[in-house]
Write a new protein. Structure first.
Length: 150
């Protein structure tokens, strides 16, 4: 593992092979109601795609943590500052975490969790906003150039 940040629920890992590069969405705003697709491996099923719409973009505490530090020792007392999330009704089940949330052909988020008594079926599912993802990459891999809109 290269780096991790529990507050935003992201980790950078080194792999031996390369896949097709993705491009990150970089516009300042996202249209609510736009169709998105979540890709992952829910319940150990390989490469599953679920579709939904963007319900909201909101900053809130990550439900998974209390008082922690990131891999560089920066404190995040009580969970630290809120995380910017994209809320979607696209099901994000166990196994989708860490997979991309696409708006057309651009990554707009990294799937992380669902909220509610019915889990992903509640329609309240969350992806870490692309701005948080790009900031994390820039902090821990300053030499890396993210594929932005061509």
């Amino acid at each position: 593992m290269i780096a991790k940040d529990v507050r935003i629920d992201l980790a950078l890992i080194k792999v031996q092979s390369r896949g097709k590069p993705v491009h990150f969405y970089t516009d300042r705003s996202i249209d609510l109601g736009a169709t998105v697709e979540a890709i992952g491996h829910p319940n150990r099923l390989e490469f599953s795609i679920t579709r939904g719409v963007i319900s909201s973009v909101r900053r809130q505490d990550n439900i998974n943590i209390g008082s922690v530090t990131n891999s560089r020792g920066k404190p995040f007392g009580g969970g630290g500052k809120g995380v910017l999330f994209i809320q979607t009704d696209a099901p994000i089940n166990p196994g989708n975490s860490g997979g991309p949330l696409f708006l057309k052909d651009k990554v707009i988020g990294v799937n992380t969790w669902g909220k509610g008594p019915m889990g992903a079926d509640s329609g309240m599912n969350f992806s870490v906003h692309y701005s948080e993802v790009l900031e994390f990459i820039k902090e821990y891999l300053p030499e890396f150039k993210a594929n932005l809109d061509p």
